[in-house]
Every structure is written in C-alpha cells, then in structure tokens.
Design a protein around this ligand. Structure first.
Ligand SMILES: Nc1nc2c(ncn2[C@@H]2O[C@H](COP(=O)(O)OP(=O)(O)OP(=O)(O)O)[C@@H](O)[C@H]2O)c(=O)[nH]1
Ligand SMILES: [Mg+2]
Length: 257
C-alpha cells in the first residue's frame, strides 16, 4: 500500500500533465477518487482517458462523458485500433499551451488500475509499440519513459492502484485475473452473462449460437454447455468449463456489452 502511494505521488510530482486511464466499460469502478484528489491538490492539469472504447456503445460513451466532464476533460480512445489517439495528442498539446509548458519536454504521467490499457494508450499516441503490453495483468513492472515526439514524453507506470481484495468479480470483468486464477469462476461468469443479458443479449446468442428465451443466467450456462458440447462423463453439463470459456471470451473482447 505504501509503495503504491509513493509511486503515484512521485509520478504526480514529476509530471506536467496527468492522464487517468479508465476502462470505458466500467468508468466509475476504474476511477480512483484518491488519486484524482491527489492530482487536484497539486493544481496540475489532468485528462480522464476512457480506453477500450471499441468495446462499448456510442450511447454509453456519451453517458460516461456527461458524468465525468465536471471532474476533468474526457477523451475516448482505443489503444487497440488507435481511434481517438490523435484527439488525445491534440488535447495534451492544447493543455500544454494553456499552461505554458511548451518550451521543454512535456511530461505526461499515465496512471490507472492494472490492465486498463495504460501502455496501449501510450503506444496508440506514439504510433509505435514502445511500451510493453500484455493481456496478463501486471505486465508493466517499473516506471518507464516513452518518447512520443512533439516534445511529449509519457511516463508509463505499473498498474499499482489496489482493488479491494474481495472484489473478485471486478478483477474478472477487467481481466486483472484470468479464469484460472479466479476462485469463484462460476460466479464471475454468471455476472458477465447478467451484464450481457441487460446490455447486449445478441452478443451471447451469436457467439455461442444459442437462442435465449426467458432462461435465467444459470439456464444460459446450461444452454452454452449443451450447444458447445461441454459435458462431463455422465453427460451432465460441465458448468465450470462453460464458465472458464465465457470469462476467456469476455477478456478477449469477444463478448461486447
Ligand atoms: N479491446 C481492447 N483491448 C485493449 C485496448 N487497450 C488495451 N487492450 C488490451 O488490454 C490488455 C492490457 O493492455 P496493457 O496496455 O498492457 O494494459 P496496462 O494498463 O498497461 O496493464 P499493466 O501494465 O499490466 O498495468 C491487453 O490485452 C491489450 O491488448 C483497447 O482499446 N481495446
Ligand atoms: Mg502496462
């Protein structure tokens, strides 16, 4: 805990502009008000970057923007397809201009939870794979400086902001823990199915070639198991195998809510 605070405060101290990278699918859950308040106290400019916007609808991006814009300027990007990264670069330059930072290198500190795509956003803006990325959470180990041209230097950081240890479900949803490391694998998969049933039932139906008609979430697990032929020796549905598959597919971005 102490080292997380030290790292965050050190980056806030060194940077001229801060980016708080959040997962566009869960902007409220991946914001950190302590980190935001620490930034606000220094009076340094910061931008909230909603990454993974390729995984959410336009409407949900607009809703997030209206909810967050009173806190800081908000930019949507996708580190995957690089959309929004030119706007982000312009926003950084605009803020640097307003704050008279343009003379030397502009240091842009990137903070955020593990696996939200901090390194991918940096690569998106630089246009090159300069910061290491991985689907395995906790990839970036130390603070790293990445040159992005136009006098911009990013400070990439490890995702050190701690989650409540008990919030396993969120760790699954964000891909911080994969299916093999989650204790309540079935519980996490059921939550994913519940979110998809509310937001995009068609994604489940088309990926698993099923038709959902009034089944509850557990019934949907059984349906996927039948259709995918995930059966145990006695012919019962192998629900754990279904759960692992749903979690893997969600974490690979194949199930978009
Ligand atoms: N679909 C989608 N996936 C993304 C996007 N950005 C990053 N990812 C994926 O998310 C995973 C994590 O990306 P990273 O850039 O390594 O995330 P990070 O925040 O730097 O992670 P740590 O260094 O481990 O804290 C990788 O599998 C990326 O491919 C995006 O915009 N869209
Ligand atoms: Mg990283």
């Amino acid at each position: 805990m102490a080292s997380y605070k030290m790292l965050v405060n050190d980056v806030i101290k060194k940077a001229d502009i801060l980016l708080e990278i959040v997962d566009a699918r869960f902007p409220q859950e991946t914001r950190n008000s302590h980190v935001e308040n620490d930034i606000i106290r220094t009076g340094k400019p910061f931008i909230i970057v909603l990454n993974k916007c390729d995984l959410v609808s336009k409407k949900s991006l607009d809703d997030s923007k209206s909810a967050l814009s009173s806190i800081a300027p908000t930019v949507f990007v996708s580190g995957k397809d690089r959309s929004g990264t030119t706007i982000l670069r312009h926003k950084i330059m605009e803020i640097a201009g307003i704050n008279n930072l343009k003379d030397g290198d502009i240091l842009v500190g990137c903070l955020g939870y593990p696996n939200v795509g901090k390194s991918s956003v940096i690569n998106g803006v630089t246009g090159r794979h300069r910061a290491g990325t991985s689907s395995i959470s906790g990839y970036t180990k130390g603070v790293q400086l990445v040159n992005a041209g136009s006098n911009i230097k990013f400070i990439d950081t490890p995702g050190v902001i701690p989650f409540d240890e008990h919030d396993e479900c969120m760790q699954g949803l964000l891909g911080i823990k994969d299916a093999t490391h989650l204790k309540d694998t079935l519980g996490v998969a059921l939550r994913m199915i519940e979110i998809l049933c509310a937001e995009n039932k068609a994604a489940l139906e088309s990926l698993y070639n099923i038709t959902i008609e009034g089944q509850d979430t557990y019934g949907i697990v059984e349906l996927i198991g039948q259709k995918s032929n995930f059966l145990k020796k006695k012919g019962e549905i192998d629900e754990m195998r279904v759960a692992r598959k749903v979690i893997d597919d969600w974490q690979k971005g194949l199930l978009v809510a």
